[in-house]
Design a protein around this ligand. Structure first.
Ligand SMILES: *[C@@H]1O[C@H](CO)[C@@H](O)[C@H](O)[C@H]1NC(C)=O
Length: 393
């Protein structure tokens, strides 16, 4: 097993290194694409922020940088672009290693790590230098430390770091509570919550920053730019006076839905807390204001975790083929339709929006289909019976 872990990490490293070395321009091309880069996570804004910080200019005056300062401080230690790209590759290797450890503990196999290592979406996201790598590094570390190490403090600090990097993800702390079990559950939950808040405040007070520029941009979708998400088209089309109302509705919809999912699957006798967490991650990726395909790549690599302890929830899925084809369709056509609209001018925004709807439908179908599987397993009392036919009312 040790050998396969090493070979998995090496393969992850090799794929990314080869792409970066063979195609030096690929990174900046991907960084210009709407699929892998957004105004709040792009490599350009990271570089810009580091430049401004090094020259002690007003970091958030220009309205280009929306990254929290500690991440930029960290970037200052690396020498230039080569250093930054190396960091991104290393971060992905660490994620792969964490995934191997996580799945070995649960399952004795390392499919997640293989998928993460070679999945084109995660590979291209790494090459594009999207800062979501750091967000997901902290998320996966949080999962690793609570599932493998049973270390609540480390896990909650990692959740705090994740929320510090991306406030849209802070609601993921709710499904994390499901992992806490045993005696003194309530005390541990409170401690977990307090650690998140204290770590968050500490991170903020080490290096304060204007909250509205860094977090406000993400939460209020201040920079309306096309992306793979569901938000941009609405706010381009909408009358000015309705925009603030609908922004709050969209935010409530995105973050609020995590609460019912968490409550529905909180019972540990019936559902693995990991499953609930992954469903919530999928939901957030589907509805957040600035999603990228790299995040979907991470979500897809977590799917083998629905297949642990010899019980396969994925086998309950009713239309896996249809979902897979929708994904392919959406992901392959989106750059083409964007090119038709922006570069050639022979299409319009509806082309690109239609294809991002197809992609959102694929992601939504995948989430609901897996949710159906989780509920079916509960109905079958933990012993899967794939031949039993049920109708959903
Ligand atoms: C599975 O469900 C079918 C149909 O309800 C039933 O006939 C069969 O006995 C079940 N199998 C097991 C192993 O429970």
């Amino acid at each position: 097993m040790k050998n396969s872990v090493v070979s998995c990490v090496l393969l992850c490293l090799a794929v990314r290194l080869v792409l970066v070395l063979l195609f030096p321009g690929l990174g900046s091309t991907l960084d210009q694409s709407v699929e892998f880069s957004t105004p709040v996570t792009s490599f350009r804004s990271l570089q810009e922020g580091i430049f401004l910080l090094k020259h002690q200019l007003g970091l958030y005056d220009g309205g280009v940088v929306h990254l929290p300062p500690l991440l930029l401080q960290l970037g200052c230690f690396t020498g230039g672009e080569t250093g930054l790209r190396t960091i991104f590759i290393l971060v992905d290797c660490i994620i792969v290693w964490l995934l191997t450890q996580l799945e070995l503990t649960l399952n004795g196999s390392i499919r997640c790590a293989w998928i993460y290592g070679v999945n084109p979406l995660t590979v291209l996201s790494c090459v594009s230098g999207s800062t979501i790598a750091f967000t997901y590094l902290s998320l996966i570390t949080a999962i690793y430390s609570i599932v493998v190490k049973r270390n609540l403090t480390l896990s909650s600090s990692m959740i705090a770091i994740m929320s510090y990097l991306d406030p849209c993800m802070c609601v993921l702390s709710l499904p994390m509570f499901n992992f806490i079990c045993g005696p003194k559950k309530l005390a541990k939950t409170v401690l977990y919550m307090v650690t998140i808040v204290v770590t968050g405040i500490m991170l903020y007070s080490i290096c304060p920053f204007p909250l509205d520029v860094v977090y406000g941009t993400r939460l209020t979708f201040a920079s309306v730019a096309p992306n793979m998400g569901l938000w941009w088209y609405f706010f381009i089309e909408m009358f000015q006076e309705f925009i603030p109302f609908f922004k709050s509705v969209f935010n409530l919809f995105s973050m609020g839905m995590v609460i019912p999912i968490t409550l529905r699957f909180h019972d540990q006798r019936n559902t693995n807390p990991l499953h609930c967490l992954i469903l919530c991650i999928g939901w957030i990726i589907l509805t957040k204001p600035y999603p990228t395909l790299g995040e979907t790549g991470v979500f897809l690599s977590l799917l083998p975790l629905f297949d642990i302890d010899g019980i396969s929830i994925l086998k309950y899925m009713r239309y896996p083929m249809f979902t897979a084809l929708l994904f392919l369709h959406g992901i392959l056509l989106s750059p083409i339709f964007y090119h038709l609209w922006i570069d050639l001018g022979s299409g319009n925004s509806n082309f690109f929006y239609a294809i991002s709807l197809v992609y959102a439908l694929a992601l939504g179908l995948l989430i609901t289909d897996i949710m159906w599987g989780v509920i079916r397993l509960e109905y079958d009392g933990g012993k899967p019976n794939y031949t039993r036919k049920l109708t959903q009312v």
